[in-house]
Design a protein around this ligand. Structure first.
Ligand SMILES: NC(=O)C1=CN([C@@H]2O[C@H](COP(=O)(O)OP(=O)(O)OC[C@H]3O[C@@H](n4cnc5c(N)ncnc54)[C@H](O)[C@@H]3O)[C@@H](O)[C@H]2O)C=CC1
Ligand SMILES: O=C(O)[C@@H]1CCC=N1
Length: 271
């Protein structure tokens, strides 16, 4: 028994196999999705997906279990126009901004689950938040959850109105963390370290601290205090980083707010 039994029997269709669609597909294939049960629709399918037994740009199966939409919000209307009616298929969208209501117009009566994943899904370390429409039954939500649980953790939202903030936090968040690595590496170079050494120290520090934040029982604030000796080096660094006016908290607040705002704009059809 695997979470992919029903999907392998009926088929999964992935529309859009770019960075996010590709990350999820990589995770699903590694965890039991059969290539032959997978139809990938993408006019610019990457070379890395060829020769793996996937049904690339092939006709859709008659009644696939799931249709996953992973094209840019701006391309969604075009992509939907190319899809024919689906009888009893769960529609899952991972697009930022694009509302459940807009999918209901395209797929009247269909169960629809809106999901916000992130790219660590490619290595099974993603986090996805999801919410379904009225037509999505408990079984549909469980199916969407098991699909996303195959590539990381899953949380369910109370309201679709939370989705733009989720997008600004965890959907976009890996990029913030990669930039943190870049910024820490540059800062180490500024203090005289060779570039390669500085990057290695920054990358492993962020990875190790992230893993500790997951595996330790303590809150991140306690883990931070555990590093901070009174009058020591960390206290000197944190005095800058935690400054209420010029430090990370106001900067991160503005960062997540800007991303959240952009999600809202995309939902209103922003280009
Ligand atoms: N990249 C990320 O970290 C995340 C992206 N998302 C969402 O995932 C969706 C895709 O984003 P990315 O993967 O970053 O973009 P991308 O540009 O890497 O991938 C989009 C793919 O869609 C394909 N495409 C374009 N028109 C199409 C059509 N008519 N039919 C089928 N395929 C078509 C493109 O060829 C491309 O491969 C977006 O809606 C985005 O909001 C959500 C969470 C995280
Ligand atoms: O940048 C974007 O719009 C997408 C949504 C979350 C991450 N990437």
């Amino acid at each position: 028994m695997s979470e992919f039994d029903d999907i392998n029997a009926r088929g999964l269709v992935l529309v859009g196999c770019g960075r996010m669609g590709g990350a999820m597909l990589k995770g699903w294939l590694a965890r039991g999705l059969e290539p032959g049960a997978t139809t990938v629709i993408d006019p610019r399918i990457g070379e890395e997906w060829k020769g793996k037994g996937l049904r690339l740009n092939a006709p859709l199966p008659a009644n696939p279990a799931v249709l996953v939409l992973a094209v840019k919000p701006q391309m969604m209307a075009d992509a939907l126009g190319e899809l024919r009616e689906l009888a009893d298929t769960l529609v899952v969208s991972v697009a930022a901004g694009t509302t459940i209501a807009s999918f209901e117009a395209a797929f009247p009566g269909a169960p629809i689950v809106r999901v916000m994943p992130n790219t660590p899904a490619a290595i099974g370390q993603g986090i996805s938040a999801l919410i379904g429409n009225e037509a999505a039954s408990a079984a549909h939500l469980d199916l969407a959850e098991s699909l996303m649980a195959a590539v990381g953790r899953v949380v369910r939202l109370d309201s679709e109105s939370q989705m733009d903030a989720v997008t600004g936090l965890s959907g976009s968040g890996p990029a913030y963390v990669f930039h943190l690595i870049e910024a820490m590496a540059k800062a180490g170079e500024s203090q005289g370290l060779p570039a390669a050494l500085s990057l290695e120290l920054a990358r492993m520090t962020v990875a190790g601290a992230g893993a500790l934040a997951i595996h330790a029982d303590e809150d991140p604030a306690v883990l931070r205090e555990n590093v901070t000796s009174p009058g020591g080096t960390t206290a000197a660094g944190l005095a800058v980083l935690m400054d209420a006016e010029t430090g990370l908290p106001p900067l991160m607040a503005r960062t997540v707010a800007a991303a959240t705002r952009r999600g809202r704009e995309l939902g209103k059809g922003g280009a």
